[in-house]
Design a protein around this ligand. Sequence first.
Ligand code: PHE
Length: 357
Amino acid sequence: MILNSLKKFKFVASIFDKMLDRVKQLIGEVASFKTTNTEEVESFRIKYLGSKGILKELFSEFKNVDPASRKEFGQALNNLKKAAEEKVEALNRVLENAIEEKGIYGDLTRPSEPIELGSRHPISLVKNQIIEVFNRIGFTVSEGPEIEDDWHNFTALNLPEYHPARDMQDTFFIEQDPDILLRTHTSSVQVRYMENNEPPIRTISPGRVFRNEDISARAHCIFHQVEGLYIDTDVSFADLKQTLLYFTKEMFGKSKIRLRPSYFPFTEPSAEVDIYWGLETETDYRITKGTGWLEIMGCGMVDPNVLKNANIDPNKYSGYAFGMGIERIAMLLYQIPDIRMFYENDKRFLEQFKSVI
Ligand code: PHE
């Protein structure tokens, strides 16, 4: 009986020694493993650390090990695991650096000429052109967040709670919180600007805006705007009209505009600006629907409530604001028939703007 159990113990002990040897040998193998191939790193990882890997198998042997030797065996296994994990990490780091270096130096065997020039996106081209025109008469550029709160996008702009523009149809809300939304216009930037700056204010706010609209050839749920704001003592509607005239002359080379009465909650009076495009070509007929006139933006005198909301004294100051869609103007200038082309990143479309700076 005693002999029997002794034998058994010896047997267990020798299995244990063998297993320990195997673990040590595996640690050696892990240490000497080398590769610069992503797939080989992955198959190494699966071989050792995968859910059916060597380590899993060895750990499952744990229960068969004599309790007295478990500690030693456990430590050996942990060493192996650590070695395998560190190896995978180190190999991946080398691979990542190699990719980065390749990115920096590119393919050194490529011929140096001709260097292919990229092109600016038509939205950027038109945006920069608009900014430049307004820069010349003293407007600076201001930008603000695309994720806005209700105050800056609506409430401060005199948009009462029941206003249709607040409808779920038009506004993207963030995670069901009715206070946080994607801005529907860059007028929100103007509110921020007024809150943080004293008049005189002359600023334009270009940026991306979002509206929950069906996508079609004429409309998209993401588009770009440039909005302008001028606040000083004695600013009149005549100042607004003169500025718009200057802009249309510089931007389109057209010097006839008309202002049609309109409504915006944040301006009073408000107007829609049309430019006389002319009726010289067939395209002119098509884009102006045979009238010769084209609507290009909205404008008006800043409502005194809006000034008050931004801590500007409406008895001392007055101002005008205007806003236009960049896509619409780019479509006119470059005769682009479908607004979706701006966002498809089709090289054939974008390449056509190569010669424009
Ligand atoms: N914010 C308006 C829009 O999104 C445009 C606008 C700006 C109109 C300023 C009047 C004054 O359409």
